[in-house]
Ligand binder design. Sequence first.
Ligand SMILES: Cc1ncc(C[n+]2csc(CCOP(=O)(O)OP(=O)(O)O)c2C)c(N)n1
Ligand SMILES: [Mg+2]
Length: 684
Amino acid sequence: MRTETIIDANGASLPEGTILERFRCWAQNASNDRFLQENRKAVELALLIREVESAFLDLFSRGLMNGTVHTCIGQEFSAVSVAGGLTQDDWITSNHRCHGHFIAKTGLWQGLIDELMGLATGVCKGIGSSQHLYAKGFLSNGPQGALLPVGSGIAQNFKMKQVPNIVASFIGEGTLGEGVVYEALNLAALRSLPQLFVCENNGYSQSTPQMAGVAGSIPDRAAAFGIRVFEANTWQLQDLFDTAAAAISYVRNECKPAFLLVGTYRLKAHSKGDDDRDPAEIAFFEEKDSLARLVSDCPSLGQAQSAVRETIAAHIESVDNTRISAADYRPDQLPRKSGAKSVAVSNERVRMVQAINQGLEKVLADGGALLGEDICDPYGGAFKVTKGLSTKFPDQVIGSPISEAGIAGMGAGLALMGRESYVEIMFGDFMTNIFDQLINNVSKFHHMYAFQASVPLRIRTPMGGKRGYGPTHSQSLEKYLLGIDNLLVLAATSLEDPRQLTEALSGYPGPAILLENKTDYGRLLWQDKPDLTLKKLGGDYGSLVLSPTRRQPNVTLVSYGGTARELADKLEDLFVETDCVAELIVITRLHPLDITPITRSASRTGTLVVVEDGSCPFGIGAEVLAQVAEAGVAANVCRIGAEPVPIPSIGELEHEMLPTYERVAQRLRKFKDDLRATPGTPRS
Ligand SMILES: Cc1ncc(C[n+]2csc(CCOP(=O)(O)OP(=O)(O)O)c2C)c(N)n1
Ligand SMILES: [Mg+2]
């Protein structure tokens, strides 16, 4: 640790270990005289960025803009040096401090201004505003680190297409605290992806100085993955531009990731006005600011700055104040229609696991990608669903390290580039690890990027217990995954050939989750039984209805996935044991739910029982019953699910905690007894 005392411009001493102490030697030694002569355009671009952002601060201070704004004033040359080396077909993924990256890459400064003003002429129709920008070759998002694996996916797509393009992914040094950063670095290094990680170290993460937020060495982090590190700063401009160019050509020519660490300083507050930094420190860097110095040393640049300022002001004066309407904004990508016709289901004699495998093979044959942990041959996945696929499609089946968020993001990047991508999460329990990708990235891209982006990503995962795997490998977490905007959730069941689902999904532009069930994998697909009729209702992902052929149903039983199959297998036993003649409605599309077949059946039987795999509170049953009530159907209702406790490994105890056939039958008997004790009106 250096102990040199820092004296500010007024002779006051600053505490040791400050950012000023760390960064000032770069700023002090700067000399950019020759840089301007050869890089006039780059300097003018930096000026444009600064003037646009200065206009933003002005508009915000006058209450003419909504939300927030993070300016890169003082850091502009970082964006300009990197974007200058990129082609139109290269991509940038960026963060909250994205205006400089955006203007430098796309040139769309007017659309950016309109965006922040919330106008329909904005690059994202005013929907995303400052942090959520999209244009060909560019996307930014606010959650720190979340776009890094998406960038890895875009880079993976370039590699698969064998085009010489690269992705530059910007983060700040504070974001080095996020785990997903390391997942992306690892994935990019392992897969040798053309991705340049650009870390803009401005010494602060919001209010937290680097010393309090980043332990150890920044370059050593990337080097530990075998990633080549380049370092420069925004005070030595020639070196910055040379280093950025060298890093870009390394990534492009070697098709390998690199890490570019750019020392810099933001001269304005973190966002609009939050700044607790030492004013003497800010004054020091203002005085050393490369752009201001170039302008003050060069009168013609000063004139250029005034001209840009006027052009921006004129643009702001002349904007068209039209805003996107609610009607234009509202539509999502989710399928909601259900067809009126139903068809009899007749399945091939094949096991569920093979049928899923064949569905995935078709996806790959059509150019899709498959990512997951341990999915490659000879292992073929923890449940053997992907067996043989990596041998047949070695370039499209990507075995990954244990990085659920990383591969979900990578799948999103591939999907964003138009490649249908399936990601296998080995156990449904680990869907928790991909929540940020689901909620803040893939489900949002379509709307927040003003309908310019679609993400045909499919996340497949086995849910469920009854195999003794214990508390963290047996859960049915679907209730946490349902109701996410613009995220389709399907539940496969061995009652129906799962290829129907993968085939229907191949034409679906949005993101989807495909839930499978561990107990279902080994089952033969449902085969006709004498006294039961299985029909599939029309429309994509239509529900299934299993009805008794000779008796009149007196209970509507609703379930999905492997449990639905278990109940279907025992429907006759259920009658014998409980006197319930059940019509079983099997929901395939869990979200958005098609309530019609359920209301139709429940209004005939007068009794509705929902069986879900997870625990009942705030679950699928609650949603079904709410929608049935809203539809005005009166019925006696009952929910059956797992006990609200972690699932134990002990065989017998596990079965007591889960909605097995035995527990469903037991609960139904009690329900009927209760109804007999209080006859009369339906209890919904
Ligand atoms: C996951 C997440 N956590 C917290 C925030 C709130 N936040 C926005 S910017 C920021 C600081 C980021 O610091 P750094 O990565 O150094 O970038 P800089 O702002 O310095 O450019 C924080 C904490 C966020 N956007 N995302
Ligand atoms: Mg920072």
